[in-house]
Design a protein around this ligand. Structure first.
Ligand SMILES: NC(=O)c1ccc[n+]([C@@H]2O[C@H](COP(=O)([O-])OP(=O)(O)OC[C@H]3O[C@@H](n4cnc5c(N)ncnc54)[C@H](OP(=O)(O)O)[C@@H]3O)[C@@H](O)[C@H]2O)c1
Length: 290
């Protein structure tokens, strides 16, 4: 068996297509959706994330401002730069790319940006997400959901039919990826297992799953031989190995067993960017209603 390779870029174009009308309507009312990206200089992975977000923003008509700061900037200066962007009426959404400046506490960052939080990490957005019971509520109520988790769910929705009764394994339990991804897949009627570093027998869990989502950041963690025949393998992990972006899954091994595999790069990444820019549009629409 040779799996099909999921084309994340082509899928992201469909999401952008669905945003065109919304952006046009906003512009007709004098609003250009605005995004500010905060990152620290020098991290290779972060640089590539920022570049793709700027490129796609420009393509679909979102104004994107990149704020690059020194990794050794004082936490207070970083917080002040964010506060300025929060006050700026042209900016509807912020994203804060890791690594954060030395000494900056992630908890502090999460509580900084609720009304312009494009990543859905602030408690208000998180509460709405975990209060939702049906996946369709995300679009209907314009919920702001962590973009990688949403990308994973959108890919599953595209590739798996029927969803009901299938077993999914999500590996990784962070608030930005694994935890919300497991909730979204549960809302889609999948039976979900959430694995992490203390999980006893990951190989067994992988072998029993119709859908495997890996969000760890450990190259080669998931071996091809573990994978159930005909399953769907979604690799959200990204690590830089010898200058190259690499996922968690043994890609060539997975191709021999699975039905579908997402590559790294070119799988979850472009869909994440599209989901994030959809959040920016949702936040600009909310600002209009105020
Ligand atoms: N494609 C994209 O657009 C995108 C976006 C965001 C993040 N990412 C990538 O996604 C990955 C995860 O990011 P994150 O922010 O969620 O990372 P994180 O906060 O470091 O979380 C990693 C998770 O992996 C678990 N883990 C570590 N080693 C494990 C093992 N041997 N077996 C099973 N689970 C293990 C950890 O378990 P414990 O909780 O027990 O420690 C933790 O829950 C990273 O590679 C990141 O670069 C990709």
């Amino acid at each position: 068996m040779s799996a099909k390779i999921f084309d994340g870029r082509a899928f992201s174009e469909k999401i952008y297509e669905s945003l065109k009308d919304r952006i046009k309507k906003l512009k007709a009312r004098g609003i250009v959706p605005g995004l500010a990206i905060f990152s620290t200089q020098g991290a290779l992975e972060a640089e590539s994330f920022v570049r793709s977000k700027i490129r796609d923003s420009e393509k679909i008509g979102i104004m994107c401002r990149s704020v690059k700061l020194s990794p050794s900037i004082r936490p207070q200066t970083y917080t002040r730069a964010i506060a300025d962007a929060l006050k700026d009426k042209k900016i509807h959404a912020l994203i804060l790319i890791k690594p954060f400046p030395v000494g900056m506490d992630i908890k502090e960052l999460e509580s900084l940006t609720p009304e312009k939080d494009a990543e859905g990490l602030s408690p208000a957005h998180f509460g709405r997400l975990f209060g939702a019971r049906d996946f369709n509520e995300i679009k209907e109520k314009r919920l702001i959901v962590p973009a990688t988790a949403l990308a994973i769910a959108e890919i599953v929705k595209k590739l798996v039919f029927p969803l009901k009764g299938k077993k999914a394994l999500v590996i990784g339990r962070s608030n930005i990826v694994g935890n919300p991804a497991a909730h979204l897949l549960t809302m889609m009627d999948l039976t979900v297992t959430l694995a992490h570093s203390k999980t006893r027998d990951l190989k067994k869990e992988v072998g029993q799953s119709d859908i495997v989502v890996s969000a760890v950041g450990s190259p080669g963690l998931i071996q091809g031989s573990w994978i159930k025949k005909g399953s769907i393998v979604i690799d959200a992990g990204t690590s830089v190995v010898q200058g190259k972006l690499t996922g968690d899954v043994d890609f060539n091994g997975a191709l021999k067993k699975a039905a579908w595999v997402t590559p790294v790069p070119g799988g979850v990444g472009p869909v994440t960017t599209a989901c994030l820019l959809r959040n920016v549009v949702f936040l600009a629409e909310r600002a209009l209603q105020k």
